[in-house]
Design a protein around this ligand. Structure first.
Ligand SMILES: Nc1ncnc2c1ncn2[C@@H]1O[C@H](COP(=O)(O)OP(=O)(O)O)[C@@H](O)[C@H]1O
Ligand SMILES: [Mg+2]
Length: 306
């Protein structure tokens, strides 16, 4: 890419230190994707024409306001790295190579692929990975198809984009994930209310029900995230991969009004939940409370892949 491109499009320059790793000079090779906060490129060693999956990935912040989200992603991934079971799940979480001190970019170690066909072993891995996050008291909040990728050889499913994740204060001794966030103070299943962020489209059913009812005069919309919130988003993402109707409807819901978005998503998910194939999955999720029976859930999900 030309110098002109760097200057006009990016907040970095080819001569910046980030383009030099272990004394090797890198250039941006290919745009891999973009999201709400980023534009993402593969980096390749100058004069090296090997496939770019062997090289690092640069996630560049597109707006100053998002830099704190990048620093949060770095902190959450560091917290996970220090957790006791990390080595068991490290294959399923994108690994950081380097982060800009003010959060202008994050470099990741490896180039991943979008999921073409979700396989049952990926589903099992992702469920285990979310159970691990629950054990570590981390709620991702943005588990959705765009944030689920696979390793280049498609061996491992990978959860990316921890920018909206937070360390929860859910009381582990008394947890009922199904309680709605607008319940009164008796509800010990969820975190204290915090401003919402992350996915709306793939949000937990009770989350959507709560959000759509929030008066429109409220400037800050808050929610008490349930301990197993991410698992609900994962189940919705699995159904998305399995069901063409969802694929062709949910992504077209585009409105700036969060309550309206939640309302329209709720209509679509309500319809999907009537489908015999998926009914059992959602019922099982909602009937489990304190102890999520992961094995039982995996067995029901397996039926979708037979
Ligand atoms: N390591 C990676 N390898 C390949 N593509 C990636 C990688 N990380 C991110 N992407 C692509 O860039 C998109 C945006 O990255 P993401 O971390 O989700 O940031 P955002 O906060 O902007 O959503 C992803 O949906 C994906 O398509
Ligand atoms: Mg994303």
């Amino acid at each position: 890419m030309s110098y002109k491109f760097y200057e006009s499009q990016l907040i970095i320059h080819p001569t910046d230190k980030i383009m030099i790793i272990n004394n090797d000079e890198y250039i941006l090779k290919r745009k891999l994707g973009q999201g709400l906060t980023s534009i993402v490129y593969s980096m390749i060693k100058k004069n090296d024409n090997r496939d770019d999956f062997k090289f690092p990935v640069l996630k560049l912040c597109t707006n100053k306001a998002f830099q704190k989200i990048y620093l949060n992603e770095k902190n959450i991934l560091s917290t996970l790295k220090e957790s006791s079971n990390y080595t068991k799940f490290s294959h399923h979480i994108a690994e950081i190579e380097n982060v800009h001190v003010d959060g202008k970019y994050i470099q990741f170690k490896e180039c991943l692929n979008p999921i073409k066909t979700l396989k049952i072993n990926h589903v099992y891995d992702l469920i285990d990975c979310i159970a691990y996050l629950v054990d570590t008291n981390i709620i991702h909040r943005d588990v959705r198809p765009e944030n689920i990728m696979v390793s280049y050889d498609e061996k491992y499913a990978k959860l990316i984009d921890f920018g909206f994740a937070f360390v929860s204060n859910v009381d582990d001794n008394d947890n009922d994930h199904t309680a709605a966030a607008d319940d009164d103070d008796d509800d010990k299943s969820s975190t204290t209310a915090i401003p919402i962020a992350g996915t709306i489209h793939f949000g937990l059913y009770n989350f959507l029900k709560t959000v759509r009812m929030i008066p429109r005069i409220f400037l800050v919309i808050e929610y008490k995230y349930e301990k197993w919130y991410d698992l609900a988003c994962l189940l919705n993402s699995i159904v998305y991969h399995h069901n063409d109707h969802i694929k062709s409807t949910i992504v077209y819901i585009k409105t700036d009004l969060i309550q309206e978005k939640a309302n329209r998503c709720l209509d679509i998910w309500a319809e999907i939940r009537k489908n015999e194939q998926y009914k059992k999955i959602f019922e099982m999720f909602e009937s489990m409370n304190k102890n999520m029976d992961i094995i039982k859930l995996k067995n029901v999900l397996k039926l979708l892949f037979e």
